[in-house]
Design a protein around this ligand. Structure first.
Ligand code: TRP
Ligand code: SF4
Length: 400
């Protein structure tokens, strides 16, 4: 009943590296071709863990947007904005907090996990407990039905769906719903209202899914029906109340998991990253000094790509032909590790060249980035307000 809309956010807690590019941004760039997309800097979320070092967030917020743009996120296709510049996220977060059972938050697995992992920080805070709820507000406020995130975020999406159902259940049943739905049916005109009622009966009495589908497309096509009535009639089909918020689905990422220079997951805390816009000399040096099969001590020793981090990079960057050349040359000691690394260096530098170029344009003209964000924040505020009006009215907060 709601149009497809993609939303995702990133916390500005550090600068981006190739792991973000291959794991997240490439996917965003594909999604922006197909869907209405909203991408935002989750600066409030960053504060839940970095409340004692806000300067990190301030520094990374703008850089992160430049990284996105450098990677190819297109501001003419996607709406880019800062979470803290759309105050309605906070309003919805507060309203949702009223009906969120504490136990639901305490049971989100990331809560205890992160507290145990990040021992250098006191995460026994109200804000940190509320992290998944703030994320729910981010998503629900745009009625985003598709949220591309990694598996680490799956519990937050599940939590969001539960909150959404609870909200619709509590507030979706407006007084006089039945009468209002009947009145809305009349507005369809005699032929269509008859068809709608027949389809609804067929679905409710016989569970006929195709009737449900047909009724939905009938409603979809109604241009003279206002949004409230349309939503009512969608809700009425299934017998319930009005669907105020929309349950989001996780959008499975095709993107690959990028290993770091040492073969572990690429992560700033492992000190094994290549920055998204790292300068070419430094990239060359990092690849050249990258560890290889530890058993391959001399040039004449054959190696085993399966235990070599360089091979992991070939899996991301190289075509079949190059991979065959590596397998053959390594296991027979026909090629040395330096030879093996050189096509990788070329490919990575070629991948980064357009990023450097785009970034240069934005760095030279900071007003460009500021305008993109100002524009995105304005659009996001408008979309958020549309949902907030329905939410306030459902909760009974729409006094003049
Ligand atoms: N929690 C997400 C992360 O750490 C960031 C995030 C905040 C987010 N709000 C969101 C992602 C809403 C998707 C949708 O990666
Ligand atoms: Fe690794 Fe390539 Fe050296 Fe083989 S030749 S050990 S795959 S770097």
């Amino acid at each position: 009943m709601f149009a497809d809309r993609v939303l995702s956010g990133m916390r500005p807690t550090g600068s981006l590296h190739l792991g973000h590019y291959h794991g997240v941004l490439k996917n965003w760039i594909e999604l922006q071709q197909k869907y209405e997309c909203l991408f935002f800097v989750a600066d409030w979320h960053a504060l839940t863990t970095h409340y004692d070092s806000p300067e990190i967030i301030e520094k990374n917020t703008w850089d992160m947007v430049i990284d996105w743009l450098a990677a190819g996120v297109d501001p003419s296709r996607a709406i880019l904005f800062f979470q803290s510049k759309v105050p309605a996220h906070a309003e919805l977060y507060l309203l949702l907090s009223m009906m969120t059972p504490l136990g639901w938050l305490e049971r989100v697995p990331t809560y205890k996990d992160q507290q145990e992992k990040l021992t250098d920080k006191d995460l026994g805070t109200y804000g940190f407990l509320g992290y998944p709820l703030l994320q729910s507000a981010d998503i629900l406020i745009y009625r985003a039905n598709r949220v591309p995130v990694g598996d680490d975020q799956a519990p937050h999406l599940e939590f969001t769906r539960e909150i959404c159902r609870r909200f619709n259940h509590l507030y979706g049943k407006e007084p006089g719903f039945e009468e209002k739905a009947q009145a809305a049916i009349k507005k369809l005109g005699s032929k269509k209202s008859k068809l709608y009622s027949e389809l609804r009966n067929r679905y409710q009495e016989q569970g006929d899914e195709s009737a449900l589908e047909e009724a939905r497309s009938l409603l979809e096509a109604q241009q003279n029906l206002n949004l409230g009535d349309k939503e009512r009639l969608f809700g009425y089909l299934e017998g319930g109340g009005k669907m105020i918020l929309c349950e989001p689905d996780t959008l499975l990422t095709k993107a690959s998991r990028m290993p770091g220079l040492d073969g572990q997951k690429m992560s700033k805390s492992y000190n094994n990253i290549i920055g998204l816009r790292e300068d070419p000399d430094s990239v060359r040096k990092k690849i050249r000094t990258m560890p290889t099969d530890p058993a391959r001590i001399r040039r004449t020793d054959p190696g085993n790509p399966a235990v070599c981090p360089v091979w992991q990079f070939h899996l991301i960057y190289s075509n079949d032909e190059t991979r065959k050349w590596v397998q053959q040359g390594c296991t027979s000691a026909e090629i040395g590790c330096i030879d093996c690394k050189s096509p990788l260096i070329e490919t990575i530098l070629a991948e980064q060249a357009p990023m450097h170029e785009r970034a240069r344009m934005y760095e030279e003209d900071p007003a460009l980035v500021r305008n993109i964000i100002a524009d995105g924040c304005e659009k996001a505020n408008q979309l958020a307000e549309e949902t907030m009006r329905d939410i306030r009215s459902a909760i009974g907060l729409n006094y003049a």
